[in-house]
Write a protein that binds this ligand. Structure first.
Ligand SMILES: Cc1cc2nc3c(=O)[nH]c(=O)nc-3n(C[C@H](O)[C@H](O)[C@H](O)COP(=O)(O)OP(=O)(O)OC[C@H]3O[C@@H](n4cnc5c(N)ncnc54)[C@H](O)[C@@H]3O)c2cc1C
Ligand code: SF4
Length: 330
């Protein structure tokens, strides 16, 4: 066993000071991803800075009608919160679609957004992997890539981001707040994850040592009419092979507002902006929904064994939007 240090912190400034002083330290949220990766040797931190006692465990209504979610709120508390369920139901559904009850009791919002890919080669230190060891190669491209990316990947990495929560947060324009030793900052969630390019080991735009302190959801009336649908290889306790977070506002048979994000198809939760643009002002029918899915998926570059994801995502988009449109017509 490899030795590592452990410190529990009670204030944000103490937490960021510890990371600032020691680049080999890592924040410990619920530990449900980090500790697993330490066991396999993928992560080898010199010190863990336990942030679970920080005062970042609250969900509060913002004065503008949005929600502010603390970074150490557990997945279980997030999914159970009455305002989340009422105002952003797809977010509660996304969280409940992930992992298991025990894991959700431990896992935190910040940790969920920064969890690492589930690519099997990444998790196996005996294999090359550009994300783990830059320049070593990507065996997934010529190997097992059934669950890998069809959008936004590169010749250097085709891994997907596994978060369900992040997909719904992306659809609702979430903004991530963080703190560093140099002061606070904010990033729209759509800018948190860096494009893969030839640097798949650089995953986020957060400054080194940044502590995520929370996520803000702006007010979005359309989000009250939203849904998360996840396809996985077994009914529970499994990561997505494709998922959709969607919200729809329909009046007189016409789409007034739509939000759409995809999960498990790219290195980050994928905001479907081309599809949203096509939906706005169009008839709320299956033909429009299929055309919107096609517009987004035109950029897909599947590998031999994951082309099924294009069909899967198209069917998911049409099914979820059709359900939401029917409910709007009642
Ligand atoms: C068997 C299993 C099944 C799972 N199924 C799903 C699933 O279906 N869907 C899904 O979305 N997830 C799933 N998960 C993943 C799970 O949701 C994540 O492990 C969890 O959300 C990570 O949160 P955590 O607080 O435990 O993070 P940790 O493991 O504590 O941390 C993860 C990473 O984030 C960093 N970090 C944590 N908090 C902060 C912060 N506030 N600021 C900066 N950095 C931080 C850590 O340093 C670490 O690098 C599954 C996990 C397991 C083990
Ligand atoms: S897809 Fe990415 S994470 Fe997986 S082996 Fe290739 S480089 Fe590594």
């Amino acid at each position: 066993m490899r030795e590592f240090g452990y410190r529990r912190v009670l204030d944000v400034s103490g937490a960021v000071a510890l990371l600032d002083a020691d680049p080999d330290a890592r924040f410990l949220g619920g530990g449900t991803n980090l500790v697993d990766l330490m066991k396999t040797g993928v992560e080898r931190p010199a010190r863990l800075v336990d942030i679970r006692e920080l005062p970042l465990d609250r969900i509060e209504s913002a004065p503008d009608g949005g929600l502010r979610i603390g970074a150490t709120v557990t997945n279980s508390d997030l999914a159970a919160h009455p305002e989340v369920r009422r105002r952003y139901p797809a977010l509660a559904q996304a969280v409940l679609a992930g992992a298991s009850g025990q894991l959700r009791n431990m896992a935190t919002v910040g940790g969920n957004l920064l969890q690492r890919t589930r690519c099997g080669y990444f998790a196996d230190v005996t294999k090359p992997c550009n994300k783990r060891v830059p320049g070593s190669g990507c065996p997934a491209i010529g190997g097992d890539h059934r669950n890998h990316a069809i959008l936004g990947a590169s010749d250097h990495c085709v891994a997907t981001h596994p978060s369900d929560m992040g997909v719904a947060l992306t659809a609702f324009d979430a903004v991530v707040s963080y703190e560093t030793a140099a002061g606070p900052g904010e990033l729209p969630l759509t800018d948190l994850y860096l494009p893969v390019g030839d640097t798949p080991h650089r995953e986020t735009a957060l400054p080194p040592g940044a502590l995520i302190t929370g996520v803000t959801l702006p007010p979005a009336p359309v989000a009250a009419h939203s849904r998360y649908r996840k396809v996985r290889e077994r009914a529970s306790y499994a990561f997505a092979i494709g998922s959709v977070a969607a919200a729809l506002d329909v009046r007189d048979g016409v789409v007034r507002d739509a939000r759409l994000a995809f999960g498990a198809v790219a290195s980050r939760p994928w905001r479907a902006t081309r599809a949203e643009a096509l939906l706005a002002g169009a008839p709320a029918d299956a033909a429009t929904f299929a055309a919107a899915a096609d517009a987004e998926l035109a950029a897909a570059r599947p590998l031999p064994d994951n082309a099924y994801k294009g069909t899967l995502m198209r069917n998911l988009v049409v099914a979820v939007l059709t359900e939401l449109a029917k409910e709007a017509g009642r």
